[in-house]
Unconditional design. Structure first.
Ligand code: GLN
Length: 273
């Protein structure tokens, strides 16, 4: 069915789609300047628009229809096989820039890279560093490569089950950053999360499986003066911190809150630092 722009906009707004997303859908998916619709101009929408509205009504994330998100001023392409970068993760990039901006980072790793957004932001922040991005999903590796190429940033991309590849290769890093899966199996999710790759979200019955894996080998891949930042599930922060204390003797575990005051990130360093 062909509908006009006025109808499309009112239907999208009724679904609660943020205006910035509607603007991007118009511009990048329908080739229509959204701002012109505000002057009272009417456009006929392309045919796929009414189908898109149905899809959006089921909770499908607009970012997958737009095809990319802005992350740390990088254009990060996304498809339903990679997680959509979140504002909290972008916030973590700002925190790292503030906290590590004056330290010498020669090597950095984005563990569980998905779209590659973290690794590419790290390469942008620390251009002199050798940056690796790894994932267990070959598709995520392809996506990271595409995003690296389009942003003209050079990162090394590795297939790795958590830190296994790096332990095996004997590689060590000054900085390790990860937003691993951290949702408890069986947790009821917002409908939009149902469209994202489930293996990027779920981490066992207590949501801690990914941290168990990371903590088990972290000391082998983090340089003496290295620092590791992890995104965590706010509701599970105490358990994640306990696990870090139990398995990483000799490490400081600092909890950092996000802008909504949620317990969102851990910063791990050797104690004497
Ligand atoms: N932050 C994601 C959410 O919206 C979860 C991502 C993850 O599991 N790392 O819940």
């Amino acid at each position: 069915m062909i509908i006009n722009s006025e109808k499309a906009i009112s239907q999208m707004k009724a679904l609660g789609i943020p205006e910035a997303d509607i603007r991007d859908l118009f511009r990048f998916r329908y080739n229509i300047d959204y701002d012109q619709t505000k002057t009272g101009r009417l456009f006929m929408m392309p045919e796929r628009c009414s189908n898109d509205i149905e899809v959006l009504a089921s909770g499908y994330p607009p970012a997958y229809l737009i095809g990319f998100v802005d992350f740390f001023h990088l254009k990060i392409n996304v498809t339903p096989k990679v997680l959509i970068p979140r504002p909290e993760t972008e916030e973590l990039m700002g925190i790292i820039q503030n906290r590590q901006g004056r330290t010498l980072i020669n090597s950095a790793l984005d563990l569980c890279c998905g779209s590659g957004c973290i690794g590419l932001a790290l390469k942008k922040m620390f251009p002199q560093a050798t940056v690796y991005a790894s994932d267990i999903s070959p598709y995520a590796m392809q996506m990271t490569q595409k995003n690296a190429d389009e942003n003209k940033l050079e990162v090394y991309i590795a297939l790795s089950d958590y830190l296994d590849y790096f332990v095996y290769k004997g590689l060590k890093f000054d900085l390790i950053v990860s937003n691993p899966p951290y949702i408890k199996n069986g947790e009821i999710l917002d409908s939009s999360l149902g469209f994202e790759p489930q293996e990027a979200l779920f981490a066992g019955d207590d949501g801690l499986d990914s941290y168990r894996k990371i903590f088990a080998s972290l000391t082998q891949v983090l340089n003496e003066h290295g620092v590791c930042y992890l995104e965590i599930e706010a509701a599970n922060a105490d358990m994640t911190i306990d696990l870090a204390h139990q398995t990483l003797a000799g490490y400081n575990v600092e909890l950092i809150k996000d802008l909504s005051n949620k317990d969102r990130f851990l910063r791990l360093t050797k104690k004497y630092l």
